[in-house]
Design a protein. Sequence first.
Length: 182
Amino acid sequence: MSSDSLRDQVEARLAPWHRQLGADRAAYTNHVLRVLALCDLLAADQQPRPSAREEYLTAATLHDLGIWAAGTFDYLAPSCDLAMAWLSSIDRDDLAGLVVSMVDQHHRIRPAGPPHDPVEIFRRADAIDVGRGLLGWYGVSPAARRDLMKRYPAHGFHRTLVRLTARRLRTNPASPLPMVKW
C-alpha cells in the first residue's frame, strides 16, 4: 500500500473527529502513520503487512482518539468504544476482541504477549514513537527512525503529550497517567 493511500485511509477514519482534533490533527495523523510504519518494521516477516490489515488500521487510528473525542486523558475506554463502533459500522465485529486488546494494552509496561503477537507489535510500535526511544527501539534502526520522522513529522505531538500530562498532574496528582498498565 502506498504512503498516500494509507494516509487517505487514516484520514477517512479520522474525518468525523476533525473538529475535535483541531490544531492537533496533523500531529495525531502523523503519529498514527508512524505507529503503522513501525508495526510494519516490527512485523517485517508478516504478510499482509500490518498497515494493510483492518485490525492495525483501526487500532492505530483510534487508540488515542478518546483524548479529543471524549475530552479526557483517561482515554482508553472511550478509544475502545470508538474502535468497536467503527468495526461494527464496517461489519467487522469479528475483530473487536483483538482491536480492543490492542488499544487497551498499548500503554502496558510489561510485554503484552510474544513479539509476533499483534497486541505486542502494536504496543512496541506506540512505545517507540511516544517514548522516542526511551523505552527501547526493539530492533528498529536509527536510519529507519530518522526516515519516519522526516516522512511523518511530529508537528508538536510530543509537546502535546507533555502538556496533557502536566495538566492531568495538576488536576489528578494521584493518577497522572491513568492509561499506563502493568
